[in-house]
Design a binder for this molecule. Structure first.
Ligand code: FAD
Length: 306
């Protein structure tokens, strides 16, 4: 995966996109439309999140395999420790390997139902992502990434603790990290500084910033739910101003402002040397491709689905 970042030959820095397992057939059709649209834009990789329930998990594994076998994209499979014994985790990794997947984003995951609830390790499972990084690396020739948190993980008592355990995951064999979504580039830059200061060798590994273009006021709530952090007041103020004072939200203006905010962040991250821009897509291609067009990426003029 890291190799694919280095060999990227497009304009600017490479970009990558994140998909979620669809809930039903209509959702799956929409996902595949987005997949085909992104195929034309040549992302460095595409990642597929891993849900909490059995059926979405099965779908994640199946669709990630299909991405490997039926598209030109490089899939990265998210894998979480939630509710799995080590034997089950090994078997899942084996199924990924059987489908030709060798890139895994290793995560602990959150307690099902309430992400902020008490974490309970599976009796035969792992306590922290670091252990799972070692398991995956020991199983074969996998390229492993991990999660990083620009404002610190919500369970970390302080940023020093947070940085120490991120460095430990990298030392255990992870080659890069992808951050939690954020809306203040300073938080990303300070994370990068912290890891380099704590461990210059691990700090040199790519920290890939995660961005989500906001397309409606409702997406602000979704962003807060996904990141567990409030969207900064200045960002909310820009979106609210765009929404106008009428009885209905001016959706087109909010969307345009959200795309503009994501473009400004992506440009600053590029200028600051981010190794790749990772976009949360919610299985739509259009908003991300608009940001890429604004950044000057050679995006085809063919219309994209919403
Ligand atoms: P860990 O690295 O295990 O850290 C968890 C907490 O424990 C942190 O506070 C850490 O500092 C602390 N810690 C770590 N090691 C130790 C130790 N040895 N001693 C004491 N404390 C320690 N969730 C999903 O369910 N599915 C997904 O697909 C998914 N994708 C994600 C993608 C990205 C890019 C990100 C940023 C998050 C994603 N998540 C996903 C959410 C993630 O699973 C949660 O944020 C989870 O709470 C933390 O996972 P982790 O791998 O960072 O955990």
């Amino acid at each position: 995966m890291v190799q694919s970042l280095r060999t990227h030959s497009g304009n600017g820095v490479p970009f990558s996109v994140e998909f979620n397992p669809p809930r039903d057939e209509a959702g799956e059709a929409r996902l595949w439309r987005a997949v085909r649209e992104f195929e034309r834009l040549h992302p460095a990789f595409v990642s597929m999140t891993y849900g909490a329930g059995g059926s979405t998990r099965d779908r994640t594994v199946r669709i990630t395999g299909e991405l490997a076998q039926e598209t030109t994209l490089l899939p990265v499979a998210h894998l979480t420790a939630v509710g799995h014994s080590i034997a089950e985790l090994r078997s899942l990794i084996g199924s990924y390997a059987d489908s030709g997947i060798c890139n895994v984003l290793v995560l602990r995951g959150d307690p099902p139902g309430d992400p902020l609830g008490e974490w309970a390790k599976h009796p035969g499972g792992v306590e922290y992502a670091e252990e799972l990084v070692r398991i995956v690396r020991d199983l074969g020739d996998f390229h492993v990434g991990v999660a990083s948190f620009p404002q610190g993980h919500h369970r970390s008592p302080d940023l020093d603790h947070d940085t120490r355990h991120l460095a430990a995951k990298l030392r255990a064999g992870a080659e890069y990290s992808i951050t939690q979504m954020f809306f203040d580039v300073e938080h990303y830059l300070r994370l990068r500084d912290r890891v380099i200061a704590m461990d210059p060798i691990e700090g040199a590994k790519p920290i890939i910033p995660e961005l989500m273009p906001i397309t409606s006021l409702r997406t602000v709530a979704r962003a807060e739910e996904l990141s567990g952090r409030p969207v900064p007041a200045d960002v909310v103020a820009r979106l609210t101003r765009a929404a106008g004072t009428g009885p209905e939200e001016d959706r087109a203006a909010v969307r345009a402002e959200g795309i503009q905010i994501a473009t400004e962040m992506a440009q600053r991250l590029t200028d600051e040397g981010a190794p790749c821009l990772h976009f949360i897509t919610l299985n739509f291609a259009k908003a991300t491709s608009e940001v890429l067009t604004n950044l000057g990426y050679g995006v085809s003029a063919a219309p994209l689905s919403a």
